[in-house]
Design a protein around this ligand. Structure first.
Ligand SMILES: Cc1cc2nc3c(=O)[nH]c(=O)nc-3n(C[C@H](O)[C@H](O)[C@H](O)COP(=O)(O)O)c2cc1C
Length: 249
């Protein structure tokens, strides 16, 4: 076969790049649709709280954070800071590459479909700057929206088979998944991806907590239906993890 000329190669390159751009735009439109595919509009936002910008360096090295990471279940009865909440949420699902249209995050996601949603249940006097309630994290805006007022720490503990650290924590970060975002592309295998992704995000919280002098633990033992009720979850959004976080010192 004859070698293609430079002109032919250029022509093929241009066509390929047009097809590539069109495909990328198609994928991005799909991603946008998926990302906003949520029944959240059934909820009323009672207040919006702008979170402080996350800091981009810390007092201990990554290696030290890995070395020190432990599941911690005993917390001091004192509030944590709003800047701590900001840092933990950013570590879990914060936007770290806004230049890519969909907004790439601190934790990887199969196909960039981002099925995870994060909620923060703040108990009375859990965070100085926040009234007790259930807040939903919006990664793009780095904001919290208050969706339900009140201290739900006792109910959360009961939902987590009476694990006391859930009640004692200043906050509980609750992971849920809008499974359809991932399953629409990957079918039943999407479930594996969702659980794998929640592991990535939870580990980031563990490591970030170590740098902040906070303790946390992942809770997998809970009654799904109870968590759904407390959070008033829309249909199709499934609880994955509960993470109590509290002060250690
Ligand atoms: C999927 C999963 C579910 C877990 N569920 C609970 C739980 O319900 N309650 C709890 O106190 N710890 C829970 N843990 C934490 C483990 O008990 C803990 O990771 C283990 O004892 C090892 O300790 P380390 O995390 O300090 O290394 C869970 C851990 C994983 C990975």
């Amino acid at each position: 076969m004859r070698k293609p000329t430079r002109r032919q190669l250029l022509k093929t390159g241009i066509i390929a790049s047009i097809i590539g751009t069109a495909a990328t735009l198609g994928i991005l439109t799909q991603i946008k649709k998926n990302n906003y595919m949520s029944t959240r509009q059934t909820r009323t936002t009672q207040a919006t709280i702008k979170l402080p910008s996350p800091r981009l360096d810390g007092p201990i090295s990554l290696e030290q954070a890995i070395l020190r990471r432990r599941s911690r279940r005993e917390y001091k009865n004192k509030p944590i800071k709003l800047s701590d909440v900001s840092q933990l949420l950013w570590a879990a699902q914060g936007i770290t590459e806004p230049k890519v249209w969909v907004g790439l995050r601190s934790a990887p996601s199969a196909g960039g479909l981002y099925p995870l949603e994060l909620y923060v249940a703040v108990r009375k006097d859990g965070v100085k700057e926040l009234e007790p309630g259930i807040y939903h994290y919006k990664p793009h805006e780095h904001e919290l929206e208050l969706i339900i007022s009140g201290d739900f720490s006792e109910q959360l503990m009961a939902a987590c088979v009476d694990q006391e650290w859930v009640r004692d924590a200043a906050i509980n970060i609750i992971f849920t998944a809008v499974a359809e975002r991932t399953k629409r592309r990957y079918g039943e295998r999407g479930w594996q991806y969702i659980l794998q992704e929640s592991g990535h995000a939870a580990q980031n919280i563990y490591l970030q907590a170590e740098t902040l002098g906070l303790g946390c633990v992942v809770i997998g033992a809970f009654y799904e239906s109870e968590i759904e009720k407390i959070l008033d979850l829309p249909k199709g959004e499934i609880p994955i993890y509960v993470m109590p976080v509290g002060a250690l010192t």
